[in-house]
Design a protein. Sequence first.
Length: 383
Amino acid sequence: MRIEIEKQDLVDALAVVGITVGAGGSDLSSHYLFRGHKGGVEVLSYDMRGFACAPLTCTFEGEDAEAFTVEAWRLDKWVSGVGAGTLSLSSSGGGDVHASGPRSKVRFRSLDPSKFPYWDGLVSKAEDVGSISPSSFGRALNLARWFVSGDDTSKPELCQLEAVSGVLWATDRRALSSVEILSLPSLNVRIPGKDVGSLITFLGNAGTQGSDIIIREASRSMEEGGGSCAIFARPDGCYVGVTRPTSQFPKLDVDREAVDDATLSLDKDELNAGLAVLLASAPKGHESVTFRCDGESGNVYISMPCEAGGSDEYPLSLASVKGDFDQDFTIDFPYLQGISDTFGLSTLDLGINKRGRGGFVSFRSSDEGESGNKYYTVIVWRT
């Protein structure tokens, strides 16, 4: 099997499949697999959960199903150093892969490609569920990832995102994010939290921009080999897939149209400065902040416990309040930083909602256009 390909074409393909290369070890999950398939060549990778494929624009000598592997980091390093022009990769099936470029010739070891966990049968069962712009879906994932639990030992059902009838949900029980994806009102898909970063990388890839991505879902009976997944594909045939988690996502009952009791507007830079000051004296690893509004002056203050005892307070001179804000509340501030970073906000407008002895802070936003996303998040007050 022999491949000749322009360097840039190979670089573009590896930028996709490199997303799902295993981080450690030297087994097949750390390798790229090149395979003759349907008269062409594709390169595949997987990291035990996610998988990716990119068809190659190249000349090919060989037969369908011929394949070889190359350890990913080695091929990446060689491609980064080899000169521009036509590159050649060839294997005679003996375990060696010969690579040559305009100024170099090297050899790589190939693992047994027959041991690679091909997913052809599963992908052949995939059905289209709709298409969406990568920027729109990427923004939804960028916000939702801040609200996914990392406790996959005791709370695996919270370590995932789930779209239900076009609304993408994420929660860690302390806060939740919901994104109504208006362009895909019937979207139902479940995504592992650990794979959200891979999808965001794929959606931000230069080759993914400029056209909608297609979302496909696939499942097989146990008699056919089992398994289910979601596939996110480009029109050029490149795709990234994630295995569907088996834990049932919790049903969330949230009034997304509820009117807030009061609103609090914060200057992002001033808030970040205040958090930095208070964290300097707070216990190491502290992640919550208390908001207080002075009833007479209307001034807003944030505070944190001090490691030396008591608490320290910081005034927010640029903050403003509308409505009834007469109860101090404490929330985890990383959620606020995630919201600000996702939308690039200079001012963060929050809803304040009292419920009995507790309450929650809300955030709303929407993209421009009738097919944009509508965002609603809830951050529960700490007690």
